[in-house]
Design a protein around this ligand. Structure first.
Ligand SMILES: [Zn+2]
Length: 295
C-alpha cells in the first residue's frame, strides 16, 4: 500500500512530500524495544530521513541523518536509501521521562537541547557531502527545518509526529516536508504559512484516515498540484555477512588475531536490525590471511 506521496505545484514554486511512517516506526520499535519517548525520537528521525532520502537523485545515493544531543537518548542514527527506505537505531532505547508541560512525550528532554544535527549524503563521489547545524529545540522537526534553511539554503516546513498507544505500539507516525523552490513569490509564501499554521498535527490527520496524498492536497488546496511520486517506503536493513566481514577486515590483522585468540566464536550484531553474525576463530584467521595476501 502506498504510504508516501510527493507533489509539485503546477507553477513549480512548491515541492511537498508526505509519509505515513506507522509501519516503519512500529518495526523500529519492535527491533530496538524502545520506550515511548524513544519510539517518538527514533520515529520522527526515521520519518525525516526517509523524506530527505527520497529527494536523492541517483539510485545508489544514501543519506545519513544523525542527531547527537546532550540528553539521555545518547543520539539517534538513521540512514535512508535513495528510495526513502530507512533504518536506524537509538543510542539508548530505554530512556524513560515524564511527559512534558504540554502533556506530550518529551522528545527534546531525551535528545537534549544542545548538540548537533548531521546530514551525510553519500553521492558516490570522492567525498561525501556533510552538513552540520546545531540543535535548536531537540524536537527534531525544528532541527531539520533549521538544517535545511542554514545548510541547504532551502526554506522548508517540516512536521513530524509519532503517536504511541497504551501498549507502547505505534498508533500513527508520519510527517510532511514542504519546500519553497527558487522563484517562489510572496503570495505563495503567505498562502503556505497560513495553511501550515492552520493544519492539525500530522498524526491527527492520519488518524482521521487521510492518506499522505490527501494530507498534501489539503495543505496545498490553494494550489494546483501535480503528483510526482506515490510509493511505499519500508524499514529496510541491507546488512549481510559480507558487509560485516568488511567491517572486521577494516579493524586490521592484529586486532582480528587478538579476537581469534581470545574467544572461539566472535559474535557481531548489526546495530540497525540486531541480526547476529558469528565468526569462529578459524574464520577470523582466514580473514587475516586474506588481508595479508592483499598487502
Ligand atoms: Zn542489519
Amino acid at each position: 500500500m502506498d504510504n508516501f506521496c510527493k507533489v509539485l505545484t503546477k507553477d513549480g514554486m512548491v515541492r511537498a512530500l508526505a509519509l505515513d511512517a506507522t509501519e516503519i516506526v512500529e518495526q523500529a520499535r519492535r527491533i530496538h524495544e524502545t520506550t515511548p519517548v524513544m519510539t517518538a525520537a527514533l520515529g520522527r528521525t526515521l520519518a525525516a530521513a526517509s523524506m530527505l532520502g527520497s529527494l536523492l537523485k541517483s539510485p545508489k545515493d544514501t543519506l545519513t541523518l544523525q542527531i547527537k544531543g546532550d540528553g539521555p537518548a545518547g543520539g539517534i542514527m538513521t540512514v535512508s536509501d535513495a528510495e526513502g527506505n530507512v533504518r536506524g537505531y537509538p543510542g539508548n532505547p530505554d530512556v524513560d521521562l515524564p511527559l512534558n508541560e504540554k502533556g506530550k512525550l518529551d522528545v527534546a528532554g531525551a535528545i537534549g537541547r544542545e548538540g548537533t544535527l548531521t546530514v551525510i549524503k553519500d553521492l558516490n563521489l570522492k567525498e561525501p557531502y556533510i552538513g552540520r547545524t546545531p540543535i535548536v529545540s531537540g524536537e527534531i522537526a525544528e532541527d531539520v527545518t533549521h538544517y535545511l534553511m542554514v545548510s541547504e539554503q532551502t526554506p522548508s516546513a517540516v512536521a513530524l509526529g509519532v503517536l504511541v498507544d497504551r501498549d507502547w505500539s505505534v498508533k500513527k507516525a508520519g510527517g510532511f516536508l514542504i519546500q519553497l523552490m527558487p522563484g517562489a513569490d510572496e503570495l505563495t509564501i503567505t498562502k503556505l504559512e497560513w495553511a501550515i499554521a492552520h493544519t492539525a498535527p500530522v498524526t491527527e490527520l492520519l488518524e482521521q484516515g487521510l492518506s499522505p496524498e490527501d494530507i498534501l492536497r489539503r495543505l496545498l488546496e490553494e494550489f494546483e498540484v501535480e503528483v510526482l511520486e506515490r510509493g511505499e517506503k519500508c524499514y529496510r536493513c541491507d546488512c549481510s555477512r559480507e558487509r560485516v566481514e568488511r567491517v572486521l577486515i577494516s579493524m586490521g590483522a592484529k586486532e582480528l588475531e587478538t579476537l581469534a585468540r581470545e574467544q572461539e566464536v566472535t559474535e557481531v550484531g548489526c546495530q540497525f536490525c540486531t541480526q547476529k553474525y558469528r565468526f569462529t576463530s578459524e574464520e577470523l584467521l582466514n580473514l587475516v590471511d586474506s588481508l595479508r595476501n592483499a598487502e
